[in-house]
Write a protein that binds this ligand. Structure first.
Ligand code: BEZ
Length: 201
């Protein structure tokens, strides 16, 4: 089976709309299927068809609620906070992998156009089973970046945000529940979810 080829990464996520940049980043010629690593809402919900779905981990990345969302869990005037990945040596990020056809990326490129770029990554399925795949990451240079804040401040921000896809708090609480179900250790998301529950009590 052919795998995708990464093209030279000469474009950045500085623009608000990353759709066209993502379309230039990988060559899917002759490729039947590709693994996509999900670490946010994709862990508990996929609104596209897939061939196969499996829990997986990736190394060297930590999940953080540092990306602004003005089109899903917030608005342009009051962006919500959603997950992205930040590089961290030795970190392990647990998520859900989907084997999809290359056409699926056209849809996700558009849905995640708010600063996320596709990156190649090695997925670990356990039992020494690994595969190359793609993951969407919004980095600190992108136009919707909100960046670090204390988990208490993030919880207050999330509690006050909502957008076309629903309440920001629902996103974080569902993500925390899904991570617990996977047996994942994610102190950042769990701390924000705990602070949110206290705010809601
Ligand atoms: C996700 O894993 O839910 C995801 C996060 C950012 C962009 C695309 C998917």
């Amino acid at each position: 089976m052919h795998t995708f080829v990464s093209r030279a990464a000469d474009a950045t996520s500085a623009s608000h709309d990353t759709t066209s940049v993502n379309r230039t980043r990988h060559d899917f010629t002759g490729v039947e299927s590709v693994w996509l690593f999900g670490y946010g809402s994709l862990i508990y919900k996929a609104d596209f068809q897939y061939i196969e779905r499996r829990p997986a981990t990736i190394r060297g990345w930590s999940r953080r609620l540092w990306q602004g969302s003005h089109d899903h869990r917030g608005t342009p005037e009051h962006p919500g906070r959603v997950a992205t990945l930040v590089a961290e040596a030795g970190a392990v990020c647990t998520g859900m992998a989907y084997r999809v056809t290359p056409a699926t990326f056209e849809y996700i490129d558009f849905r995640e156009k708010n600063g996320y770029l596709r990156h190649a990554v090695t997925l670990d399925f356990g039992n020494d089973e690994r595969a190359e795949g793609l993951v969407y990451i919004a980095d600190a240079g992108n136009a919707a970046w909100l960046g670090a804040a204390s988990e208490a401040d993030i919880a207050r921000h999330v509690a006050a945000s909502s957008g076309p896809s629903g309440r920001n708090s629902d996103y974080v609480l569902r993500l925390a529940d899904a991570l617990h179900e996977l047996g994942a250790d994610d102190p950042h998301v769990f701390a924000v979810a705990d602070a949110l529950r206290k705010l809601q009590a």
